[in-house]
Design a protein around this ligand. Structure first.
Ligand SMILES: Nc1nc2c(c(=O)[nH]1)N[C@H]1C(S)=C(S)[C@@H](COP(=O)(O)O)O[C@H]1N2
Ligand SMILES: [Mo]
Length: 254
C-alpha cells in the first residue's frame, strides 16, 4: 500500500534523471546490497514495526559522526554531478531568488504543510562541520546549517503510526528514501546554509539533505518535496531511491 499523497514516477522521468548517474561505479560503502525492508516478503525491519514515538525513544542514543573544527573546512568543496537542474520550475524559482520556493511535506503526516525558506530558517537549527564521503573516491569537509528533518516533520503535525520511510523528491529527477533511523538521527538536517553562507547553487540550492552516516549519493540536493510513506513501492523502480534503482546500495551508511 502506498501513502495517499504518494505519487508515481513516470519511467521516462527516471531515465532522464539517471543521466546524472552515468559513469558512476556500482560501489557503495558496504559489501552487501542493502535494500529497504519489504513487509510482503516477510522481511521485517525496525522501521516496519515501531511507531515514531518508540523509535525516537530507542534511537535517541544513536551515535553521531565526527564533527570537525572549522579550521578543517575544505577550500573549494567540489560540485559533483548535477549542478543546475534543467527543470523549468527550478529555473523559474532560481530566477526569483527562491522567494516562491516552497517545501511541501505530505503523506503520512498529521497536518501537511508547505514551508517557505524563511519558515525553515525560523525553525530549530543545527550547524555541523562534517566530512562528505563520495562513493566515487573523494571526500571534503564543510559546515552545514539547517533544520533537523524531525523538526520539519513535527511542523507537519508529526507522523502517523504507519510511517516507515521519508521519500524526498528533487528538482532534476533524483529522489531518495530514508528510514526512521536516519530521520530521527540528530545530524540529519535539511541544510540551507554552507560554510556560513546560503547554500550555493551547485551544492543544491536552496535546500539539500545532510544524512551524515551515508555516502555522497544519499545527500540529496535541490530538494523539491517530502512525503512520508509506509512503503517505497510506487516510487521509481520500487527499490527506495534513484541510486538503488540503478544498482547502488539503498543503505549507504557506515
Ligand atoms: N539532486 C541531486 N542530488 C545529489 C546528486 C545529484 O546529482 N543530484 N549527486 C549526489 C552525489 S553522488 C554527491 S557526491 C553529492 C555531491 O554534492 P556536492 O555537489 O555538494 O559536492 O550530492 C549527491 N546528491
Ligand atoms: Mo557521490
Amino acid at each position: 500500500m502506498t501513502a495517499p499523497a504518494a505519487k508515481k514516477y513516470p519511467r521516462r522521468k527516471i531515465i532522464a534523471g539517471a543521466g546524472a548517474l552515468g559513469g558512476l561505479l556500482l560501489t557503495g560503502c558496504d559489501t552487501d546490497l542493502h535494500r529497504p525492508p519489504v513487509l510482503r516478503n516477510g522481511l521485517m525491519g525496525v522501521a516496519d514495526t515501531l511507531t515514531m514515538a518508540s523509535q525516537r525513544l530507542l534511537l535517541s542514543g544513536q551515535q553521531l559522526v565526527q564533527e570537525h573544527d572549522v579550521s578543517e573546512i575544505t577550500k573549494d568543496f567540489p560540485v559533483w554531478n548535477q549542478s543546475d537542474p534543467e527543470d523549468e520550475d527550478y529555473q523559474r524559482l532560481k530566477a526569483g531568488a527562491y522567494v516562491d520556493w516552497r517545501l511541501p511535506v505530505s503523506g503520512l503526516v498529521n497536518s501537511p504543510v508547505s514551508l517557505s525558506l524563511e519558515e525553515l530558517k525560523r525553525m530549530p537549527r543545527r550547524t555541523q562541520t562534517t566530512m562528505h564521503i563520495c562513493e566515487q573516491g573523494w571526500s571534503a569537509i564543510a559546515q552545514w546549517t539547517g533544520a533537523p528533518l524531525i523538526s520539519v516533520l513535527e511542523a507537519a503535525g508529526g507522523v502517523k503510526p504507519q510511517a516507515r520511510y521519508v521519500m524526498i523528491d528533487a528538482y532534476g529527477g533524483w529522489y531518495e528514501g530514508y528510514d526512521m533511523f536516519d530521520v530521527v538521527h540528530p545530524q540529519t538536517i535539511l541544510a540551507y546554509g554552507m560554510n556560513g553562507q546560503d547554500l550555493p547553487l551547485g551544492n543544491g540550492a536552496p535546500l539539500r539533505l545532510r544524512v551524515e552516516r551515508h555516502c555522497g549519493y544519499k545527500q540529496l540536493k535541490f530538494i523539491k518535496s517530502i512525503q512520508v510513506v509506509d512503503s517505497v513501492e510506487g516510487f521509481g523502480r520500487g527499490t527506495g531511491g534513484i541510486n538503488s534503482d540503478f544498482g547502488f546500495h539503498w543503505y549507504a551508511g557506515a
